[in-house]
Design a binder for this molecule. Structure first.
Ligand code: HEC
Ligand code: HEC
Ligand code: HEC
Ligand code: HEC
Ligand code: HEC
Length: 234
């Protein structure tokens, strides 16, 4: 499904079997069929869940977990918790086990000696004891008819900050960028404006100036983000 080789399929596998006009009709039909289906979905999407596409969308979470504290002040790398981001389509939200690596010992400033609980961490403790996940609310979501894969981006030098903003300064995460089609395409046309060294993917304050040449990087890594419909609508 997420295989580079079927990017242009079924057309690219046997490019010379069909006359040019037949190939052209085949090439046209996919986007036209797609636009019908996608159009209907888009209307539903637009009217029923506009919150997901809104910049600034910031649902309140079941735990007052702070990225500003953990990723910012404590300096915990994004990948300690979002373990899927380099290998898979999804960055993933960490299971309670990851929090308990520290919070078995760290009781927190709001720990109440008399009650024997930290109200801020109570839902995490309950999740751990009952073996049920914390009900985190999803912030970012693109529609299912569009294909997105984290690993394909971060392994080509696109940092988290380009798409999620300064998460390390957010007390509560919000959507920083539009995540719509025009936004995706804007970067796909000029990716060199957003590329960085591969060891700076999670460095939120990286601003260049270390001799890194994004244009040379783009060429040496053969970076060509898709601009054709089937690149993102598979
Ligand atoms: C200690 C664990 C931890 C670290 C470190 C961490 N995160 Fe998170 N992250 C979470 C948890 C838990 C959530 C779900 C709750 C929330 O949205 O705040 C989350 C949510 C997110 C979301 C929103 C997900 C959604 O629902 O759309 C983004 C984006 C994100 N993190 C990016 C980052 C980035 C970028 C870094 C590094 C600068 C980072 N995180 C570091 C634990 C962590
Ligand atoms: C690498 C260690 C580490 C990990 C992993 C970690 N935390 Fe923390 N957390 C801390 C430290 C250190 C503090 C600050 C403790 C203090 O207030 O003195 C803290 C504070 C907190 C607080 C505020 C507590 C208070 O009393 O104000 C909450 C809530 C919290 N963490 C939730 C989480 C959640 C949820 C996760 C998992 C997604 C998590 N933490 C993962 C180290 C960690
Ligand atoms: C090219 C843009 C882009 C980059 C770079 C990027 N993200 Fe995302 N992120 C997205 C989009 C788009 C979504 C929504 C995905 C969906 O709906 O399937 C998302 C969703 C997420 C989520 C929600 C859970 C999930 O996996 O869907 C987390 C957590 C997250 N990103 C963390 C990160 C972290 C950490 C980094 C850097 C290591 C990062 N992202 C880099 C665009 C990006
Ligand atoms: C900040 C820049 C940037 C943004 C924003 C961005 N991309 Fe990309 N995208 C890239 C780069 C760089 C690549 C890697 C191209 C390569 O490997 O040749 C890429 C590759 C891809 C690929 C090809 C991966 C594969 O498996 O073939 C898809 C699909 C894709 N992006 C979808 C999206 C979607 C959907 C969005 C919007 C939600 C988006 N991108 C936003 C820069 C970006
Ligand atoms: C770089 C990735 C990318 C490419 C290339 C791309 N799209 Fe999209 N498209 C998206 C994303 C992401 C959405 C969802 C936008 C949203 O949630 O607002 C989308 C949404 C749509 C929609 C729904 C209406 C709308 O604008 O939100 C239609 C129709 C559509 N695309 C058709 C096409 C056609 C036709 C092509 C080729 C000319 C194409 N797309 C190329 C990523 C892409």
């Amino acid at each position: 499904m997420s295989d580079n080789s079927n990017h242009n399929s079924p057309y690219s596998s046997e490019p010379y079997t069909f006359p040019a006009w037949a190939t052209m009709i085949m090439r046209m039909s996919a986007p036209i069929a797609l636009m019908g289906a996608v159009g209907a979905i888009a209307i539903v999407w637009y009217f029923f869940s506009p919150k997901f596409t809104d910049v600034g969308y910031q649902p309140s979470q079941p735990v007052p977990y702070s990225h500003k504290l953990h990723a910012g002040e404590l300096g915990i790398d994004c990948r300690y918790c979002h373990i899927g981001v380099e290998e898979t389509a999804h960055a993933q939200v960490p299971p309670t086990q990851v929090c308990m690596n520290c919070h078995t010992h760290i009781k927190g400033a709001s720990y109440d000696e008399e009650l024997g609980v930290n109200p801020k961490l109570a839902p995490v403790m309950a999740s751990w004891e009952n073996d049920l996940p914390v009900a985190w609310k999803r912030v970012h979501k693109i529609p299912d008819y569009a294909f997105f894969d984290h690993s394909r981006h971060v392994n080509k030098g696109v940092g988290c900050v380009s798409c999620h903003g300064r998460v390390d300064q957010m007390e509560v995460v919000f959507q920083d960028q539009p995540l719509n089609m025009a936004w995706c395409l804007e970067c796909h046309r000029m990716p060199e404006e957003h590329l960085r060294p591969l060891d700076k993917i999670t460095a939120m304050d990286y601003e260049g100036g270390d001799g890194f040449d994004p244009v040379a990087f783009k060429e040496s890594h053969n970076i060509k983000p898709p601009q054709d419909c089937s690149g993102c609508h598979r």
